[in-house]
Design a protein around this ligand. Structure first.
Ligand code: NIG
Ligand code: FE
Length: 394
């Protein structure tokens, strides 16, 4: 049992409140039971007597649910520092860069891929990410996609088959779509929870994306889509048509896309990835328009070696507030409960009684500092299932 008191500000993300409301409790206490689940979260004055002995006072710091990063690509070999350098000198970002990482991934053995994915997952943990989703997508052959998913399973149970990232250099599009929907899916589905398609310029068009996602659904996988990142297209509308859990990127949206997402009443989340816009010098999407229309918004890192080589959810929160018109509360909600919604989970991303004991202690008195102090290390301690896994209580 773990009992914490002296919490200046406790973000509960109470699920009985409207989506986007943090349910902040001041002068709070938190208890994680021996089952690793939240046993009490509320005002310290109401802490039941049986929990009072052995309480640890955290001296007026904020405590928030662990970040749920619902979109990363951590299984890859090499990096693309030269591509980044060229981009910063004026060369535009394109989907084609993915093929550089495909070559490096195919040339890396499983141990190297596991070590790289673990390094990044650990980096994420130290900035407060307690759950992350990760994808294949840099293998693009039956063998390399299958082993990419086996590597992904070494770091998370939220694994996504993204054979449809781009068409590999050696293949023709129609043959490759047939391969994905046939032999590749058959081999990958046992190792994946989700299927995703990059539906955009230079990757897959809507009809191919529909065929791939439907094949994935038939194989029992949940659906997600990379949509409307590089240009306006039919990806978001396709996502809504198929009832995907999340349309990710959503950089180029028109009002019909926003209404379609809103009409799903939260079934399809819009996951925004502000560090991808930052690192590709693209325009930021306007989260305000989505939230005001009633769309459920998540924030994620998109960590990958091309468009967004960062694991930092605090940075995503800062950018969302400073450049995407989100309030501080909305951004923190979207990085925690929003990410959980994008993974269709209610047991994480909140600190309600019965939820998993995953949380972070900040070295500030409130969660506002996550946006207010961009780039500063604010995470003092990270707990997963009630156990301290990074930092210290001091
Ligand atoms: O989410 N958009 C597609 N996939 C990644 C980028 C992959 C890469 O450039 O390697 C993304 O931004
Ligand atoms: Fe991505």
């Amino acid at each position: 049992m773990l009992v914490l008191t002296g919490i200046s500000s406790l973000v509960t993300n109470d699920l009985t409140l409207e989506r986007g409301k943090l349910g902040v409790v001041t002068n709070a206490a938190l208890v994680v039971g021996d089952d690793n689940k939240i046993a009490f979260a509320g005002e310290a004055a109401n802490l039941p007597r049986e929990f009072k002995s052995n309480a640890i006072d955290i001296n007026g710091r904020a405590l928030i649910p662990g970040f749920v990063d619902s979109h990363t690509h951590l299984v890859f070999g090499g990096d693309r520092a030269e591509e980044f350098e060229a981009r910063m000198a004026g060369k535009p970002y394109s989907a084609g860069g993915i093929r550089t990482t495909v070559a490096a991934t195919r040339n890396s053995n499983d141990d190297v891929l596991v070590a790289n994915a673990r390094r990044l997952a650990n980096e994420a943990l130290h900035t407060g990410t307690t759950t992350l989703e990760t994808k294949s997508g840099y293998g693009l052959s039956v063998v390399d996609e299958t082993r990419s998913l086996q590597v992904a399973n070494a770091i998370t149970s939220e694994t996504t088959f993204l054979g449809a990232h781009v068409v590999p250099a050696e293949s023709q599009i129609n043959d490759y779509v047939d391969l994905i929907c046939g032999e590749m899916l058959e081999n990958c589905a046992p190792h994946a929870k989700w299927i995703d398609v990059f539906c955009d310029r230079g990757a897959f068009e809507v009809d191919h994306a529909r065929a791939i996602l439907k094949a994935g659904a038939n194989a029992g996988l949940g659906l997600r889509i990379h949509a409307n990142q590089l240009q306006h297209g039919g990806g978001v509308q396709l996502g809504v048509e198929l009832g995907v859990a999340s349309c990710d990127h959503c950089t180029h949206l028109d009002s019909a896309d926003i209404s379609a997402l809103a009409d799903t009443k939260g079934k399809t989340v819009a996951t925004l990835l502000p560090t991808a816009e930052l690192c590709t010098r693209s325009k930021f999407p306007d989260a305000r328009r989505l939230i005001d229309a009633g769309v459920t918004v998540a924030l994620a890192s998109d960590c990958n070696p091309g468009s967004s080589y960062t694991t930092s959810m605090p940075l995503a929160i800062s950018l969302a507030v400073l450049n995407m018109n989100m309030t501080c509360d909305e951004a923190v909600w979207s990085a925690t409960a929003g990410g959980a919604a994008a993974l269709r989970r209610t047991d994480i991303g909140n600190l309600a009684v019965g939820s998993q004991g995953d949380f972070t202690i900040l070295n500030s008195r409130s969660h506002i500092h996550l946006a207010y102090r961009p780039g500063v290390k604010l995470v003092d301690a990270v707990f997963v299932r009630g156990q301290l896994v990074a930092g210290s209580l001091r």
